[in-house]
Design a protein around this ligand. Structure first.
Ligand code: ADQ
Length: 530
């Protein structure tokens, strides 16, 4: 029986130690685990190889054996990396060199020969682990930028194996990619695969242009690259989808509904709540103060204008309905969180009628905390949230609810469902699943999506409010328009996008890529036998 061997940096589960020193597996969140996890779970002929997240030297032999057993019960093969490997391969070359470079942040990329060498060694370690698992007729599907050298490493050991590689992040223009001192090694590593996949045609084109520029190889109209060993590698686009029905269904679950109602109560959308009463009391008190003291505003100078408008709107009330904005991200500089916060701040200043009426739920889970840039970003976001809340909060209303925990799918869907507007504005993003999940949670309901033009999802979700995430005033205006849109208009826009998402799911993405791989690998082999 032929099997599928999935290889990625992390496995879809992480190991956690219980109080009684036993180990338990926890499902990982993140794009890749969410997309391929369900396929792996339901296809018993698949095995998943990846880093366990554990340093074996910190555990006894019997602990390591029991960890392996836990993983193997879920058809997972764990790889153990020590501290220096994690530092060089993961925090170093993967996340401090490749990640910024691939996301068009070359100024953030550190080029360090030592971390590149460790990256190459760890890719070889993956090859050593995968090689004994490969039997005749098996397919190997390698994921993402952590393992760009692995396809060629396996190809050298298995000239006839069927190998695919998919990149979950963008591929930059050759002008940016060529600045990497090891760009040719990386391209040759990737071309070990029979099928090289990207989220969009644009990324596939950038890759082809790099192959032409840096390796001097032509790529034909069908995306074929002819290689020295007589093989052919094919480059193509496979936009990833989501498990639409899962998100739709979960957004209607009891827990998600409770979450949504709770958020609506906190934001004053549900009448008769304690919150609504206290906000009215606050407004009344301000009105009373302003009428009793007459020219109360004369104490303010022109520079105090925001405070003045704030007080005025709190006092007089605003005709605006209560609205909720939501966003859900890993705390990563590519996700454009500070830029988005500045646009939100600008909107409160420019359209003060929203003060006390719109609440932003910002769910941003810290990631890669051992990389200094990420630590700085967390401090910056903390500071901006504090600044905006400090400037605009009323006694019983905060503009931003800032949550840094990672939440399970049900509360996440509750947050999506509560959002009248989703603000999804990455500076660069391979696809962005959050935009798609939000729309699935609003199936049959109104809900406006403000979406960055700089992510793969914008190529598909063209009925969203598309913005340049660097343009603060454009994001501010789009946010305002999205808050103002009628339910009818919002539903009409969403229907077209939802129809597409229902058909192009995570499952069809997996099967589509694997079907193409089976097809191109058989042609590549046939040519080679000639
Ligand atoms: P990511 O960078 O992880 O993925 P994204 O596509 O947005 O980004 O997927 C994030 C996933 O994690 C979503 O399923 C979301 O619901 C979940 N998630 C994010 N923050 C969370 C939080 N705070 N709590 C709980 N869940 C959270 C990479 C690429 C993307 C590409 C995917 C898939 O960077 O561009 O879309 O892979 O290919």
């Amino acid at each position: 029986m032929s099997r599928l061997i999935i290889v990625s940096n992390r496995l879809p589960f992480s190991m956690e130690e219980n109080e009684d020193k036993s180990f338990a597996l926890r499902q990982n969140v993140g794009g890749l685990a969410t997309a391929i996890g369900p396929y792996h779970k339901t296809h018993r002929d698949s095995i998943w190889v990846g880093w366990s997240g554990i340093d074996a030297s910190e555990h006894t032999k019997s602990e390591v054996e029991s960890i392996k057993k836990e993983f193997s019960d879920r058809r997972c093969v764990p790889i153990f990396l020590d501290e220096s490997e994690v530092k060089g391969y993961y925090a170093g070359f993967s996340n401090d060199t490749l990640w910024p470079l691939l996301h068009d942040f070359p100024h953030e990329a550190n080029f360090n020969e030592e971390t590149f060498n460790i990256y190459a060694d760890v890719n070889e370690k993956f090859a050593d682990m995968v090689a004994p698992l490969i039997h005749k007729g098996d397919t190997v599907w390698i994921q993402d930028y952590h393992l760009m050298l692995l396809p060629q490493m396996l190809r050298e050991r298995f000239p006839k194996a069927s190998i695919g590689w998919f990149l979950h992040v963008p591929f930059p223009s050759p002008e940016i990619f060529r600045s990497l001192p090891w760009s040719r090694e990386i391209l040759n590593g990737i071309l070990g695969a029979d099928l090289v996949g990207f989220h969009t045609v644009d990324y596939a084109n950038s890759f082809k242009a790099s192959v032409k520029l840096l390796l001097g190889k032509d790529v034909d109209e069908q995306g074929h690259v002819e290689l020295e060993d007589g093989r052919r590698s094919t480059v193509d686009a496979f936009p990833i989808g989501i498990d639409y029905n899962l998100y739709r269904r979960t957004s209607r679950s009891n827990l998600a509904t409770e979450m949504r109602r709770g958020i609506e109560a906190v934001c004053g959308k549900r009448t008769g709540q304690r919150y609504a009463t206290s906000l009215t009391a606050e407004s009344n008190a301000a009105t009373e103060a302003s009428t009793k003291e007459g020219a109360w505003w004369s104490h303010y100078s022109r520079e105090d204008l925001p405070e003045l408008t704030l007080a005025r709107f709190a006092a007089s009330g605003s005709p605006k309905p209560k609205k909720v904005i939501v966003s859900i991200d890993r705390l990563d500089y590519t996700k454009g969180i500070p830029e988005r916060l500045r646009a939100f701040e600008l909107m409160l200043g420019k359209y003060p009628e929203w003060i006390g009426h719109v609440t932003y739920y910002l769910l941003a889970t810290p990631s890669r905390e051992n990389v200094p840039t990420y630590k700085r970003l967390k401090e910056q976001v903390d500071q901006l949230v504090g600044q905006i809340n400090g400037k605009y909060s009323l006694l019983s209303w905060n503009p931003i609810h800032y949550i840094t925990r990672s939440l399970p799918i049900k509360p996440v869907c509750g947050i999506y469902a509560a959002g009248d507007v989703a603000l999804v504005t990455p500076l660069r993003d391979g696809m962005n699943l959050v935009a798609k999940e939000y729309l699935a949670c609003h199936d049959g309901r109104a809900g406006a999506l403000v979406l960055s033009d700089m992510c793969g999802a914008a190529r598909e979700l063209d009925q969203a409010f598309i913005v340049n995430p660097y343009d603060t005033s454009a994001v501010c205006e789009a946010l305002h328009d999205a808050l103002e849109i009628s339910n009818e208009d919002s539903r009409r826009r969403n229907i077209a996008m939802q129809a597409r998402l229902k058909f192009r799911t995570a499952a069809t993405w997996c099967t589509g890529f694997l079907a193409s791989l089976a097809q191109v690998a058989s042609t590549s082999l046939a040519d080679k036998r000639l």
